[in-house]
Design a protein around this ligand. Structure first.
Ligand SMILES: [Zn+2]
Length: 243
C-alpha cells in the first residue's frame, strides 16, 4: 500500500495542534475534504507554513498515518488575490460553507472544477457577468450534490407543470402554484428560469448575457435557500452582486 498520496487543494481551515503543529483541513480535487497535521508549522523556520499562509491552490503530498495524516509537502501553485473587501468576505464565506456543509471525504470533480473556476475567475477574469454567475452556479451545484436540489418545474403540492405565477415554499424546497394553499413566498419567475438553465443547460452560460436584475434576484433567492436548508447564514454570492 502506498503510504503517501498527492493531490491539489485549498486550505479551508487551520487550527492549533500540540505545541508547534497545526491541523489543516483542505478541500481537494482527488479526495474531497482531507485533514492533515503540519508538523512544526508554527515555527518561524517552517517551509510548509509559507506555502499554506496565502490563499490559493496548493499542491499537496500527504503521508497516511494510523490516527491522523501528516502533511509531507505543500507548494503554493496559484495565489488568489482579491480586489475588494466583499470579494474577501465571499471567499471566507465559501471556506466556512465548505467546512460546515461538506462532511464526507469523497471526491467530487464537478464541485472541485466549479470551485477552482470560481476562485480563479476572481483572480483576473475581466468578464464581469461570468464572474457573478459562477459563484451562483457553485452553490446550486453543492446544494444538488448534497441532495437538496429544489423543485423548479412543478408545484410541490399538486404537481402541476407550467406554472404561470410561481411562488416558492422554502420548507418544501420547491415551486408552489397560485392555487395551492401552503406556506409560500413570492419569487421572481426570471430567477426560476435562470436557475433551471444553470442546472440543466450550462451551455447557455457562455452564450447568454443575463440581465442584472435577474442575477441579483437569483443571488437573493440562493441566499435564502441556503439559509433554510442549512439553518445558517453564510456570505453567499449575494455579497458580490453590486446594487
Ligand atoms: Zn399547486
Amino acid at each position: 500500500m502506498n503510504s503517501t498520496y498527492k493531490t491539489i487543494g485549498i486550505v479551508i481551515k487551520r487550527k492549533d495542534w500540540r505545541e508547534n503543529d497545526s491541523l489543516f483541513s483542505f478541500y481537494t480535487r482527488d479526495f474531497g475534504k482531507v485533514e492533515a497535521v503540519a508538523v512544526g508549522s508554527k515555527k518561524i523556520t517552517s517551509k510548509l507554513a509559507g506555502h499554506l499562509s496565502s490563499f490559493g491552490l496548493v499542491d499537496l503530498m500527504i503521508a497516511r498515518g494510523k490516527r491522523i495524516d501528516r502533511l509531507a509537502q505543500a507548494r503554493l501553485v496559484q495565489k488568489f488575490s482579491f480586489t475588494s473587501l466583499d470579494e474577501f468576505k465571499f471567499y471566507a464565506g465559501l471556506l466556512e460553507f465548505l467546512d460546515k456543509v461538506i462532511t464526507g471525504h469523497e471526491a467530487d470533480l464537478a464541485i472541485w472544477n466549479l470551485l477552482e473556476k470560481t476562485l480563479i475567475s476572481y483572480s483576473g477574469n475581466s468578464n464581469h457577468n461570468y464572474r457573478e454567475i459562477l459563484p451562483i452556479l457553485f452553490y446550486l451545484k453543492v446544494i444538488e450534490t448534497l441532495g437538496y436540489r429544489p423543485e423548479l418545474y412543478r408545484c410541490v403540492a399538486c404537481h402541476k407543470n407550467n406554472i404561470k405565477h410561481p411562488y416558492f415554499s422554502y420548507v418544501s424546497n420547491g415551486l408552489v402554484c397560485q392555487s395551492c394553499q401552503i406556506a409560500k413566498e413570492t419569487v421572481a419567475k426570471e430567477s426560476i428560469i435562470f436557475c433551471r438553465l444553470l442546472y440543466d443547460d450550462q451551455e447557455m452560460l457562455s452564450r447568454v448575457i443575463f440581465n442584472r436584475r435577474t442575477v441579483k434576484h437569483t443571488a437573493d433567492f440562493i441566499d435564502k435557500l441556503i439559509m433554510h436548508i442549512f439553518d445558517k447564514q453564510f456570505f453567499t454570492p449575494k455579497i458580490l452582486i453590486k446594487k
